[in-house]
Write a protein that binds this ligand. Sequence first.
Ligand code: SF4
Ligand code: SF4
Length: 419
Amino acid sequence: MTVHGDPPGMRRTSNGPLPDDLLSTCVSCGFCLPACPTYNLTGDERSSPRGRINLMRALQEGTLTADDPTMIEESSFCMGCRACEPVCPAGVQYGHLLEQWRHEVWQGDHKPVLVRLLTAIVTHRRLVHLLGVPRLLRHLVTSRGGRQVATAGEPADRSPARDATRPGAQLMLGCFERALFPAVSDAAQALAPELEVPAPQGCCGALHAHNADPERGSAMAERLGSELPGLIVTTAGGCAAHLASVLGEERVLELSQYLSTAWRPTGHLLFGGRRARVALQDSCHLRNGLGVWREPRDLIAAVADYVELPGAATCCGAAGTYSLLRPADSRAVLAPKLEALEEANVDVVVALNPGCLRQLRSGLARAGSPITAMHLAELLLAARQNRDIGAPHRKGPLRLLRRGSRGRQAQPRGGTGAG
Ligand code: SF4
Ligand code: SF4
């Protein structure tokens, strides 16, 4: 038996709710434990990938029920970052197991109210279109100011990005990105003006897939795939990984992948007259799900002084809705990253996902840090314009909120999916 949304070729051989062949892949070696941010917070086996797989097995075998408090807590505490996958010698598909596990455990009242609200919003296409109003207003303002939105202030004939060999590539507008960060998709269009932006675009379904509704998540991805029938380009690493898992990797490219195929970065990002020092925060699902990590680094290094941040590959704590549902845990995961950014003395940190961008900006603001968080598209566009984004860097007092960084804080129930 297979279930809609299962990986190709997967078979369910028992009456348990989870896929046996995926569960049985884990050999309990524990190699994944050091990579797991929640295990690193607590040192508790139950908060590790291996511990959670054992909880899944207990559910499968019926020795624990879906309403067991540890089952509910650990399915929620997991950030869904999938950092346990690339380090696993047995090839355990933890991300898919997590989706199915939450589907079983987050039934009824166990599904957080905020998750229900957010998934309800992005399920309704008219509401998704309403999220695009800030982007439309931005276009109205910039066009009244005599500027072309598509080039964000730069004449179209100076664009190096036209490529007639790749017709039909279409820019996907993320649901919440179009409301919170409309400048990101505008910058992507300015960099790659050949990208079409079809108006009727729904949600890709990643939010559903990561929050206990994998079947609807797959159905929404397929619908978006029919609305965007060409190559889909997205500025959100989490959406790229989800769409690729449903539509196939040949149909979907995250922006850094797309630009790396034929586009050449130009200009320099400056900071007080010198090349800016720029670090990267990986998108968890982009790196751990699609294996994309080199492309954004190469693009940044072409226009700025790239600084590899210790822990760049570890989750920033945004993790989809995690930062909203479990703010103390989210901030505890972010805290060492903010410290590392200060230690590295960088001017800019780049995100590849709107959730990560929001998490970094709010964390840096809380800490009183002068470091700027930008999306890769914004950075590359600013570099093309040889923009100087600031005065010489002065180290500011870092007011990290350390509460919870040494141990767990009491949390409301909730959960998420990483970006
Ligand atoms: S998930 Fe992979 S790395 Fe972790 S315990 Fe199982 S087999 Fe080992
Ligand atoms: S998805 Fe992330 S938080 Fe969850 S078990 Fe894997 S490494 Fe740990």
